[in-house]
Design a protein around this ligand. Structure first.
Ligand SMILES: Cc1ncc(COP(=O)(O)O)c(C=O)c1O
Length: 359
């Protein structure tokens, strides 16, 4: 009898927001991609890089690491690059947790966190949130002698909320040094709050703190699979042993460099998001729906009951708009990516016309 490793059968396979085969036929608002991109410069870089794919990629990922270091003013020797940031999250799981261990996360967290905990045979533990926002004291209360990793997305997906840098620092100050704190800052480029930090300074100050970032969100490269992490020398050393050879493909390595250099595209995308998120939330409020206060590239819209959220999801789908229904505490909500002006106006007009028909 072949027997799987413990934990694997506890995983519910991840269901994505939906595969987009033809962008012209659907308003793709389910997976928090940046619908403004990729930028023309990045598409040129993609074409150039594709001419060299008969060769293996650079195993050291040197040029991309250097570009990340220059862009973010970091030490290139402490940067890890992965096939999406999820690969790096998984590497942390494999490096530091196993059977008998606990992996801590918030109740409405990014599902990859509990998939990883189960995959390595550890127990996922969920700490309650306060008004859908990370509660540091609750997290600290849930730390036990078995806790090995704390995964924290800041801002969080799917709640879209964040905690300020002084709160994250308080968490670091009170967390036992033998617990790895993984700060997943996938949405950090969208945040415009003065009291927010992606956590890089904490990585420098606390050896048990690491940070991950992605090219899948504001850089508009979700399909390319590229992400990176920033860690202490010791953690980097360990992950470099564990990551498989050539884990980052040659096209991603080249395109990532151009994407980092195209600051104009990033600034334009952030400004667009800030404007249309506010507009969209205002429109939803005027329709009598509860638009949660998100600071990411998605809105979290609450309907009076789960049934109404599902109905809205179906109605939008009929009108070629794909949104994301949620589960658990958020079963009466839809998560809706902030897309182009056209995308957002189409959602609003569709919802408005149905509500008018009902009156
Ligand atoms: C919190 C969070 N982290 C990471 C990711 C995925 O990152 P990647 O595409 O780099 O694997 C997502 C994507 O939705 C996310 O919401």
């Amino acid at each position: 009898m072949i027997t799987p490793q413990p934990g694997i059968l506890k995983i519910t396979p991840y269901k994505s927001g939906g595969f987009i085969a033809d962008e012209a036929k659907i308003h793709a608002l389910a997976s928090n991609e940046n619908l403004l991109g990729p930028s023309p410069k990045v598409l040129d870089a993609f074409e150039n890089a594709s001419k060299r794919i008969k060769f293996y990629p650079d195993q050291a990922i040197e040029r991309l690491k250097n570009e990340i270091a220059i862009t973010h003013d970091l030490d290139p020797k402490r940067i890890i690059v992965g096939n999406g940031s999820e690969e790096i999250l998984q590497l942390f799981g494999r490096a530091y947790a196993g059977p008998g261990d606990e992996v801590l996360m918030t109740k409405n967290c990014f599902p990859t966190f509990h998939i990883i905990a189960n995959a390595v045979g550890a127990t996922p533990v969920f700490a309650p949130e306060h008004h859908l926002t990370t509660d540091i004291d609750a997290l600290l209360n849930y730390v036990t002698d078995e806790t090995r990793i704390l995964f924290l997305a800041n801002p969080n997906n799917p709640t879209g909320t964040y905690i300020p840098k002084n709160e994250v620092k308080r968490l670091c100050d009170n967390l036992p040094q033998n617990v790895l704190l993984v700060l997943d800052s996938a949405y950090s480029e969208y945040v415009t709050k003065y009291d927010y930090s992606d956590g890089r300074e904490l990585v420098d100050d606390y050896p048990n703190v690491v940070m991950t970032r992605t090219f899948s969100k504001i850089y508009a490269l979700a399909g390319l699979r590229l992400g990176w992490g920033y860690c202490s020398k010791e953690v980097t050393n360990l992950i470099e042993r564990l990551r498989l050879p050539f884990n980052v493909n040659a096209i991603a390595q080249e395109v990532g460099i151009t994407a980092l250099q195209d600051r104009e595209f990033i600034n334009k995308s952030r400004a667009h998001n800030t404007r249309w998120l506010a507009w969209f939330n205002q429109q939803m409020t005027e329709l009598g729906l509860n638009a949660h206060d998100t600071i990411t590239n998605f809105a979290l819209i609450e309907f009076p009951q789960a049934k109404a959220a599902i109905e809205a999801h179906k109605l939008l789908l009929k009108n070629h708009i794909l949104t994301r229904p949620l589960m658990g505490d958020l079963h009466n909500c839809l998560r809706i990516t902030i897309g182009t002006e056209n995308n957002m106006r189409h959602v609003v007009n569709t919802l408005k016309s149905t509500l008018l028909q009902r009156c």
